[in-house]
Design a protein around this ligand. Structure first.
Ligand code: ADP
Ligand code: MG
Length: 357
């Protein structure tokens, strides 16, 4: 296992890239600490697979270096990087049995047969495929094939990192949940560095200790699930994480005072920076309906089970509030209260208030 450092990384698939828009990865500087459980989260096309393939050596970056424990591996081929990678679609040998497939990465490295048998049994138990060990892989259902593919990624215990690239795409929803918890459990047991790539916030937040959020070839925030929820550094993170996402509201800012639809707003703290398009960010969980506050009327109420999401209009702008207990009906006049310590200003997307100052 190793600490993985990405330094000044950029990548373009074009032979002669020009501006930033030609780069699938814009500029990445990032340390993956040894033993961490990471998720790499972002919408389709933001560069997640490109980043993984650069770490594993399937791709050589246009610029920058990759270090394992300080050693430069940028020019090493994949088989010399000691990495296990699980892809979106199963990579297994159809003509081999499940047992042979699971054993393959170990046999390939000359591991002794008794140890191979032990590891295969362990992994098969974890994935609950013990009864399929002697079945030929070509006879498996797609999700069992993917389970075996994951098993092949997990069977070695000497790798620098195990990387999963949206591995649960072809798995049915019920099994998805189970496999995800298994992976988490496994990480806690073996403490190998794991990078789990997904576009699904639930997958990312349940698996990872640290979530790396990407947008458009850039990292916008790295943090624990709680940090991403509580203090999004960018409106994109606020919007992408949470259900519903953070309210991002148009405001005007003059002389350090912020108004929303003509009403003065109290922020969490001092405003930073100047210039740039400003917006207000507040999560629906921190908008309360009360007797005083911003006058609004209810446009829509959605019952989502544990609570209701009330969408209320303040002037021309819709604001969502998460409400537990009694909810007003559609059209009702209400007042909204923004919890000040959770109300932040964003400038050109980036956070522009200081906490509690
Ligand atoms: P993600 O895994 O987050 O969906 P990718 O890393 O696959 O994103 O893609 C990032 C960007 O690079 C996208 O714009 C995609 O179209 C482009 N891209 C990915 N692979 C290639 C390739 N082999 N050739 C050219 N462009 C590619
Ligand atoms: Mg991808």
């Amino acid at each position: 296992m190793a600490k993985i450092t990405l330094s000044n990384l950029r990548h373009s698939y074009l032979p002669n890239p020009g501006g930033a828009e030609d780069y699938a990865l814009k500029k990445i500087d990032l340390d993956w600490e040894d033993g961490g459980a990471y998720a790499l989260l972002g919408p389709s096309g933001c560069g997640k697979s490109t980043l993984l393939n650069i770490i594993s050596g399937l791709l050589t970056p246009s610029e920058g270096r990759i270090l394992f424990d300080g050693r430069d591996v940028t020019d090493l081929p994949p088989d010399q990087r000691n990495i296990a990678q699980v892809f979106q679609f199963p990579v297994i040998y159809d003509t081999m049995t499940v047992r042979e497939n699971l054993a393959f990465p170990l046999r390939n490295r000359g591991v002794a047969e008794p140890r191979i048998a032990e590891r295969v049994a362990e992994i098969a138990t974890m994935l609950e495929v013990q009864d399929m060990l002697d079945v030929r892989a070509s006879h498996l259902s797609p999700d069992n094939k993917q389970k075996i593919s994951m098993g092949r990624g997990l069977v070695r215990d000497d790798v620098n990192v195990v990387m999963f690239d949206e591995p649960l795409t072809v798995i049915d929803p019920h099994l998805k949940w189970k496999l995800r918890s298994k992976l988490k459990e496994l990480h806690q047991r073996v403490r190998a560095t794991m990078i789990y790539v997904t576009h699904d916030q639930t997958e990312a937040l349940t698996f990872a200790d640290q979530v790396v959020v990407m947008q458009d070839g850039e990292i916008v925030q790295i943090g624990t699930p709680v940090e991403l929820f509580e203090r999004p550094q960018h409106t994109f993170v606020g919007h992408f994480i949470g259900s519903p996402g953070m309210n991002v509201l148009p405001v005007t800012e003059t002389g350090g005072k912020v108004t929303f639809e003509g009403h003065a707003i109290v922020l969490e703290g001092k405003i930073t920076g100047a210039n740039g398009n400003t917006e207000l960010g507040i999560r629906p969980e921190f908008v309360a309906l009360s007797d005083e506050g911003l006058p609004a009327h209810v446009r829509k109420v959605s019952d989502v089970g544990r609570h209701c999401v009330v969408e209320a209009m303040v002037g021309d702008t819709a604001v969502k509030a998460v409400v537990e207990g009694d909810v007003p009906g559609q059209g009702a006049a209400v007042h909204l209260n923004f919890r000040a310590d959770q109300t932040r200003l964003y400038r050109d997307g980036w956070i522009a208030t200081e906490m509690g100052t």
